[in-house]
Design a protein around this ligand. Sequence first.
Ligand SMILES: [Zn+2]
Length: 276
Amino acid sequence: MDLINCPRCHTPSPGLMDVKVELQNFLLLHQSSDGLFKKVCSTCLQNFEDSIHDLSLIQNRMSAADIVRMQLWNKRLDLIKEALGLMKSEAYSQALPKYEEYLKIIEQVLGVPSASISSQSFAGAGKSEELPVYCLVLWDLIICNDGLNEAAQRAAADKMLELVKVSPLRKTLSDRARQYQKKAKNKKFFKRLQKDFRNDRGCYVATFAYESADHSQVKALRNFRDTVLIQSGFGRTFISAYYLLSPMLVKVLRKIPGARKFSRIFLDWLIALLPN
Ligand SMILES: [Zn+2]
């Protein structure tokens, strides 16, 4: 009789058994990579079943809602793949419903309506790595709606601008907006989008200190944010905290005589320390 190696334990075995989808999902939900196996030997399958029994002693069984969420989460990749293929052949009207379905899935998995989704919604659900994908989908939605539905374009753009504040994608998308303008149907929209990227400068304290968002020192800080800070988890947390606190800080600083001069001295010193 032919023996087949079990993909999990690599033991030659007379036949492999199917791992039920519910069982795969259950294992994945409990952070076990065992959930990735579709077929295993009978010993491994028995192990899986035992581990479910152990887990269910300390944890509630996976609820029906969890199973649905897990299946949706897996489905999103297929949707993206299909949509990307359609985008490539410029079949925008066919890509659109795929992306809309993707947004609905994210809404359901994060438990937050699309309009209220923030970078914290992703972090809170342990799905931070999905945030760049989400931003790229929003970008594609802007393209799909170009010349067709400006309101939808605007809504996607506003959300994208909000989410990329703390993402390394910010520069990529701002470059794309600039390049796409040439072939855009609604050129005015893309012109404004570029302006939005520029205006979304956010260096509140620096802008207060130097009295202009175009001052070379403000540009130096912005550049540091977009190239260095944004690369690390700590940096992104810092940026988020900064956005949260700095408008308040500036409000206070405005009331203190000499605060502008002092902020300038402090920032000059800080900028001199930054890597180029
Ligand atoms: Zn095995």
